[in-house]
Structures are given as C-alpha cells and as structure tokens.
Design a protein around this ligand. Sequence first.
Ligand code: BF8
Length: 663
Amino acid sequence: MAKRNENPSIDPTVVEMLEVAREKGIETAFDRAEAMKPCPIGAKGACCHNCDMGPCRLVGKHDRGVCGATKETVAARNLARMIAAGAAAHSDHGRDMALTLLAAAEGEAPDYEIRDEAKLREVAEFLDVPTKGRETMDVAKDVAEAALAQVGNQKGEILFLKRAPTKRQEVWRKAGVAPRGIDREVVEIMHRTHVGNDQWYESILMAGLRTALSDGWGGSMLATDITDILFGSPAPVRANANMGMLSEDEVNIVVHGHEPVLSEMILAAVNDPELIEYAKSKGAKGINLTGICCTANETLMRQGVPTIGNFLSQELAIITGAIELMIVDIQCIMQALAPVADQFHTRLITTSPHAYIEGAEHVDFEESHALEIAKELVRMGIDNFPNRGRTHIPKEISHLVAGFSHEYINYALGGFYRGSFRPLNDAVIQGRLRGVAGVVGCNNARTRHDYSHEYIMRRLIENDVLVAMTGCGAIAAAKYGLMSPEAAKYAGPGLREICETVGIPPVLHVGSCVDNARILTTLSQMATEGGLGEDIADLPAVGFAPEWMSEKALSIASYFVGSGLYTIMGSESPVANSPVVNRFISEGWEERIGGKLEFIADPEEAAQKALEHIDQKRADLGLEAYDPTRYGQSGDWLMQQFIEAMEAGQPVNLYSAKVPRLA
Ligand code: BF8
C-alpha cells in the first residue's frame, strides 16, 4: 500500500479513521491519490480525445492535434465539456424533482404532498402558471409540466432569467448567453465540441457560459424550488455533525448522494413506531439516521438529520464497522464503497436507475410506493444489526444551525412584518459588512481535506465578509463549528455585531449543491434592493470553490461568473496548457459578462485577491473604504475580550483593553 500522506486532513475523525484503515490494510481514496499522480497532460487541458485519430497530446513540440486543433481549441473544448457534464448532472436532478412533483400532483405518488404551498404559488408565477382560485394539486401539475418544458425548451429564453436584475438580463442578451433550454444547451456543447465543429475558443467558451447559466438559473433553480415545494422551504434548525453521530447501540442507516426524494421517506420510516420496536427486537436501542454529501445537506437543512461527513469521509464511515445500511442515490458516490463495504457487514444499496455500482445490491426506488420501499430498506438495515462486529466510532461531534434559505435570510434580517434585504444592504453600505461570499464545492483527495475550506472561511469572516455555503464545503464548516451562532466570536467586529443582533452564525448553511441557486437569488435581491448598484456584478461579492473536484463544481463556478461574480477555484487551472484560454476565462469573460474565473491553489492568495476585489467593488460603488475598527463596540465585546484573555491565561485589565473608538 502507498505511503499515507502525513497531513491528509484537518478533520481528526478522518485522521483517526485513516489510521484504522491502515491497521486493517484497507485502501482508501487518500492512498490512491498518493499512489497515482494526476496525469500531467490531462490536468492542464492538453489532451484531446474527441476522435479516434488521438488522443492527441498538445505538449512539447506538438502544438496541434492531428486535425489541426490548437491548444486553445482543445483546452476550451475540454472545459466546455466538463461544464456541460456538470450542468447535465444538476439539471437531470432538477428534471427528476419535476417528475416527482408531477407524479404527486397526478396521484401517482401518494406518499408525497405539497409542504410549501406559498412557494408553489410563487414559483408558478415565474413559470407563467395561473394560480388564482385554483386547487393546489392543479397548480402543482401545471408547475411540474412547465418545469419539464423549461428543461426541453428549444427557443427563446428560460423563464427564470427574469429573476435576475434587469441589468444582468441585458448583459446576457447582449453577450448572446441567455440560455434557451437546459437540454438544448448541454446537447449543443457536445455537438459544438465534436471533431471538426466549432474551432474558435472564444465561441466555445461563451457557449460554455450559456450552458452553465442554464444550470444555475434553470436546472438547479428548478431542483431547489421543487424540493422546497415538496419538502418545505428550510428555516433554521439545530443539528449535529461529524462521525461521532454514528451510534454504538442503534441501527445505523446512512443516506448518501443528492436527491431527497427517497431520503425523506427513509426519515419517515425510521420514525415508524413498528420499525423502532422491530429494531429493539433485534437487540438495538433504536434506529439512527445520518447522511453524507448532499443528500445529507437536504435532510440536515430541513429536518436536522445529522451529517457524518463530506465526500472524502464516505469510505471511512463504513470502516467504522458501525453502519448496517448505506443507501445511495445519485452523484459523488465512490465506486470504492462496494469493495470497502464487502469487508464489513455493511449492506450498500443503490436505488437510482442512473447509478448502479457493481458489487452493491440494487433496490429500484419507485415513487408510486415510496414509503413502502423505504420501510423495506429500513427493515433490511435492522435485520443486519445482529451481524455487526467490532466498531470504531470516532467521538467528534459539532453543533450547528442549518437552514438558511434565501426566504429565511430575508425574514431574519427584516422580520415577517418588514422582511427585506434592506438591513443586509445597509450593513454593506455602512461597512459593518465588508462584503459577501459564496463558498461552495467538494473535497479533493489531491489536497489536504477541508484545509482550504476552513482557511478561507476564517479569513473571510474575520474580515467581516458574510459567508454562505453549500455542498461539502458547508459540511466542513459545520464540522469546525463555524455554523453555530457562537462562531460569531471568530468574526470581525462588524459581522460579529450582526450575528449577535440577529442570532445567526457568520457562515450560513444554504444547502446542497443545487442550492447554489439560492445564492444567485440572494445576490439578485441584494442588487435590486438598492444602494449597491443595479447588477450582481456591482456587488462587493465573490465566489469560491476551494477544494473542487467534480464537473458540477465547474458548472457552478461558471454560472457564478456568468452571473457577474469573481470566482476563485482552488487548484491549478485545468486550461493551463493554453495561456490564451486561461486569460480569456478571466479577463475575456470579465469584459463581456462582468465576472471572471481564476484558479488559485494557495488559500491565502485566494483570500487576499477576494478581499481586494471586494474593496475595489466598494470603491466603484462610492462606498466608504472598509475600516475594521469602526464597529464592534456594541453588545458584550468588552466582556468577550476579558473572557478570551482569561482563557488564554493572560493578565487581565479590563480598563486597558483595546476598544476601537472608545480608547
Ligand atoms: O453536489 S460538493 S463532492 S457531494 S459535487 Fe459532490 Fe462536490 Fe460534495 Fe454534493 Ni457538490
């Protein structure tokens, strides 16, 4: 087995479980990443394998493929295809959610209901579905059909574009990147990048942006909206995170993947008194449901189901020996789970027709009798409990508050009576907040697990930047305590005051990866609220994907850019083989669309560039320069200094404490 990286993770449970894996001789993604370096040709976008005359390696003296394709064309094609794959994944998820809503509305999925009728009616308006005087299920049926029509729309523009600020819509139309339909854009990228087709890197990359926008303002936004309609729009909920949430004496069932359609039913099933009794009859104290990756985020932010980890924790969770059943649906499920599960009593169950794993058991999930299937799965887990051998469950647990939908942010800042983004905008205008950031994306076994996420989050909040997080980054924030209101103590003075006043953490959990659409909605509302320009591109805001690895993350980053954001991804550039393309996705995109994409592996450099960008946007808006000593005199700031000094064992003199502006 390969030498284990000495610094694989900042998560002590991951380090602990890697040690257990080493003792047991079990290989994990950490080992494979160590043993197999990434292909240096593919890593920088220098390999073209779009036809059988290749693969062509455009390195060294070879600056053209057999067909004559240049480094620029090859790098642009590769990037566009990755964006299209990511957009396809999110958008197929959105389509599935629409099909579930349709089945529920037509009475073919009786276990599902409409939990957020207000949201249904709001979404109906955006989709031009009449609501007045109509029955809920009639509206739901039309909304589902309108959503499906958006996925397959052929001409014109997708309807959700009108949720963006008017100025942004104009930018899109002028640049020719207003997406027509989601399937159409993805298919067109595959066509455009076929051998002998589009050969100009600029047009390929602009089409890539349009495809990404069809994800952000289309597929992902539909997925988020319909999930809220079916399962409720999130509102703050207390929850716990990390591997310590596995139970020593209960049946452990883990849901993993992305779609909440099955996991919501599993949640209902584990609370069934009959099944709880059944678990007890097998010697367990009860049933413990937890999650991994974005299925976890979905159930965490709505019902407070604990998350036991993010992408790189999935194999390690099984190695605890404590999991009776791991139920997976779609996306980000490692093939390595099957051979790892084989070495324990864990039953690995695939459930989606889109995602089978050789060596796993497959149970077809059918919405028509969803709860019945969910109960059957839970029973399988319970039946497996007596087969459990020795376990090794790490102790770490952290606490968080999740569930910050854009609707809730609106309410939290203004209240039901005057819910609005005005207080948030005012805080930015006054400089109490320096700016806002969306930090998203995966773990990557090529980098130290969670390190860049945590580093960038801390640098941002200590500089008074309010952070919204999704995906595996959000799970990282939860594990390191940055999503609890108590984390306000790590924030700069202005952000800290806001957190204390409103009772929110400085890092907000806004959901799963499709929920990055919530970040787009929030930024749109800030841009239209007034005082911060007229467009998302005017805002002192940045996007990050510090540890990205999936093609979905590239689609997200590109639609952030397409929406006007400076977005930084934490790796070497996948188009580095063409400095021209590398420059185009930064300067070229910025000139045409107002946002830019850069790849910066060093988190400190990334944080610095983000802060510089935020300050520049503040200056462009004519706002006062950010001054960290201006706020922070309210509340218990003085007492906090006192307590921190005491805790650090420093001599305490309350009267000589440095108090900005009071000193
Ligand atoms: O969709 S952050 S590793 S789990 S791709 Fe996957 Fe990346 Fe995690 Fe969620 Ni998003």
